[in-house]
Write a new protein. Sequence first.
Length: 150
Amino acid sequence: MYCTRAAIESVAKTIGAVIGIASIAGFAPLCGRTGYAAAKHGLAGFLNTLRTEMEGTGVSILLVYAQYIQTNIDKNALDADGNPNKNEKTTTGNVLMPDEAAEQIVNALLTDERQLLLGEIAKMSWDVYHSDPQTFENIMMEQNRYVLEQ
């Protein structure tokens, strides 16, 4: 938010774009990751509201709900107590490679998309969660119950 605030005037002058990388946890619950989900929901609310506020300025706002992308972001992850996280994160479905994710994001930006469901798991999760939240929650709990047992 602070980076966007600092840059938005320049972005508007150059008719640029703001891209936010959220997660499936930005529109649906994720067992054992309450703080993460809250942050991603907040990011979605921020960008969707910013889009309305920037209407007519030429600034594009793209919100990306991504499934797992192969990055090193977990290398320095901390657990709930602030210690290095020793638990390996499990994933659901295929993991996207960064170049594949980047290509889809650039294409969405070039075609003036407001939102991108990045990856098949993201698309399927959106459909299931928005048509039958209880079924989504049951599947998510089954896939991620181990988190609560740690």
